[in-house]
Design a protein around this ligand. Structure first.
Ligand code: DGY
Length: 323
């Protein structure tokens, strides 16, 4: 009898995903749904051929050196800044992620956060729940206009394009973007988006949405200097990764009303949140849920499982990052 490959599922996932994986593998999985410590992850991964990971498991040279059996890490996320891909390639370990299946859902959320931030939905809801609403007033929670305003997008991959289409076609927004590379004329036309420099983006955006991948290059892409270039009436939305924004500088800018408001789904050092962000009223805070709809999370889990099965059983992963 041939032994089946052993795999590790590092965080809790749908029971159906585990059942599907168990058809092909000996599966050890994290049933507690609390992230394992680094030591525990390392110890459990030592004898495994594959791992289903999420953004919370750091796969780097040190871990790879201790896990000589490892052949693939399938991230259940489109972002893969928890992977040291060159180190994985050097060790012959395949990296996969879950692109496409979450694009529209994440763009929906980016737009929801933009709307909630501009129209002060969280702040006004807290006010009402606290029993403070006693009268109508001409300027009560008057926010920023969304339709017809200028939407700036930093990072124009699939999700950025989804947000641009929603803004341009749904809300008649004037869309400008900055990206490492410019889109083709066809894609720019489909998104009705105009390419600008980062400086122009910061200066002109009424609502600036961050959708770029996190890397050493994008660390603190928005810090005190960038915030100072934005309009005092502008809003900032981050659905990309913590670390792209300098959260301390942002909290200070929000406190001093140097920008009007922010909507944040991701944080530096999450799940910890900078304490100053918790005390300023003009920020909407959500716990990294931009891709969290049931169908999309199922599709992400399915794709991660298919990458493991495709590679370890059939030799062919669906969405490799370092083929
Ligand atoms: C992603 O897919 O990268 C999301 O941030 C979920 O982790």
């Amino acid at each position: 009898m041939t032994t089946r490959p052993r795999i590790l599922v590092a965080r809790a996932v749908f029971p159906e995903t585990i059942a599907r994986l168990e058809q092909h593998f000996e599966v050890e999985h994290n049933q507690a749904d609390a992230a394992w410590s680094r030591q525990e992850l390392l110890a459990r991964l030592k004898d495994k051929a594959g791992a289903l990971t999420t953004g919370t498991e750091r796969i780097d040279a040190e871990l790879l050196a201790a896990c000589s059996e490892l052949k693939i890490c399938a991230n259940m996320a489109v972002g893969f800044n928890n992977f040291d891909v060159p180190a994985m390639t050097a060790r012959g370990v395949l990296a996969t992620n879950t692109p496409d299946v979450l694009t529209e859902t994440t763009a929906d959320f980016g737009f929801a956060l933009l709307m909630a931030t501009a129209r002060r939905i969280a702040e006004s809801e807290h006010y009402l729940r606290a029993g403070r609403w006693t009268k109508w007033s001409y300027d009560m929670f008057a926010g920023a206009e969304v339709h017809g305003s200028t939407l700036g997008i930093l990072g124009m991959g699939r999700i950025g394009q989804g947000i641009a289409r929603r803004g341009a076609h749904g809300f008649g927004m004037n869309v400008i973007y900055h990206n490492r590379s410019r889109l083709t004329p066809e894609l720019e036309a489909a998104c009705k988006a105009r390419y600008v420099t980062k400086d122009e983006l910061l200066a002109k955006a009424d609502h600036l949405v961050l959708v770029l991948p996190y890397s050493a290059e994008s660390h603190h892409a928005i810090g005190a200097a960038e915030l100072a270039r934005m309009k005092p009436t502008a809003t900032l939305v981050n659905i990309a990764r913590g670390g792209i924004v300098d959260d301390a500088a942002l909290a200070q800018a929000l406190k001093e009303k140097r920008i009007a408001a922010a909507g944040l789904d991701v944080f530096e050092g999450e799940p910890k949140v900078h304490p100053d962000l918790l005390t300023v009223p003009n920020v909407v805070l959500t716990p990294h849920i931009a891709s969290a709809t049931v169908p999309t999370r199922r599709a992400m889990a399915d794709l991660a499982a298919e990458n493991l099965i495709g590679y370890l059983v059939g030799g062919q992963p669906r969405t490799p990052l370092n083929p």
